[in-house]
Design a protein around this ligand. Structure first.
Ligand SMILES: CC(C)(COP(=O)(O)OP(=O)(O)OC[C@H]1O[C@@H](n2cnc3c(N)ncnc32)[C@H](O)[C@@H]1OP(=O)(O)O)[C@@H](O)C(=O)NCCC(=O)NCCS
Length: 183
């Protein structure tokens, strides 16, 4: 229900609190892959905290301030993408992504991101979408570039992960730069 096909065997769907057991099992598989780059997996250390992560996004969705989607490959949750923030007041949002190794290198996350970008610009009328990543995260930067984003600049030591302050690259795409056909 409410699934967007990404390929013949993969789809994008809402990811909600009732799916906490499936989400937690996936995060356990993804943890080592995600930990160097985002603290997000580190906040889902057991079933309760995983459910709290999903509930946090459900609350943001209810406030139209964010939303979480999962990517299923052959029926298994392997990753996802989200509006980390979403504001019609400022016409801006931030998109985030993750995948476990089984979902990487297949173009699935990129395809999912294009759906979010298209929704934000053509359905919701936003003006600017951001992507925050580490200068060392080459795969994340490649994905941002592939979907048409431009590197705005680098914020020095602006976020804490694993007890260390990291630089953050800010990438963005503006509504007039988006080519819906690419979705
Ligand atoms: C960042 C991340 C989501 C990128 O995932 P990804 O699978 O590389 O991204 P895409 O979905 O765009 O897939 C592109 C890859 O699929 C390959 N691919 C295969 N079939 C494809 C297709 N039909 N279309 C497009 N790409 C395809 C591409 O060649 C590319 O692989 P390559 O870079 O080895 O050549 C992933 O590396 C990840 O989760 N990392 C850990 C968490 C993280 O860093 N999150 C982001 C924090 S900012």
């Amino acid at each position: 229900m409410f699934a967007v096909p990404l390929t013949d065997n993969a789809e994008l769907r809402p990811l909600e609190p009732w799916q906490a057991p499936e989400f937690f099992a996936h995060i356990e598989r993804a943890r080592a892959h995600m930990d160097p780059w985002i603290g997000w997996a580190g906040r889902s250390t057991d079933l309760d905290s995983a459910r709290a992560t999903l509930q946090g996004y459900a609350d943001r969705q209810a406030a139209d301030a964010g939303r979480l989607f999962g990517i299923w490959l052959d029926g298994t949750l392997v990753g996802g993408t989200m509006f980390v923030s979403f504001s019609t007041a400022t016409a801006t949002a931030e998109i985030g992504v993750w995948t476990e190794p089984a979902g990487e290198g297949r173009g699935l996350v990129g395809a999912a991101v294009r759906h979010l970008i298209d929704y934000a610009f053509t359905v919701r009328g936003l003006h600017r979408l951001e992507w925050h990543t580490s200068p060392d995260n080459v795969r994340s930067q490649a994905l941002a570039r592939r979907v048409g984003m431009t590197l705005d600049g680098t914020l020095r030591e602006s976020y804490l992960n694993n007890g260390v302050f990291h630089d953050a690259q800010i990438w963005s795409i503006l509504a007039h730069e988006w080519q819906p056909a690419a979705a």
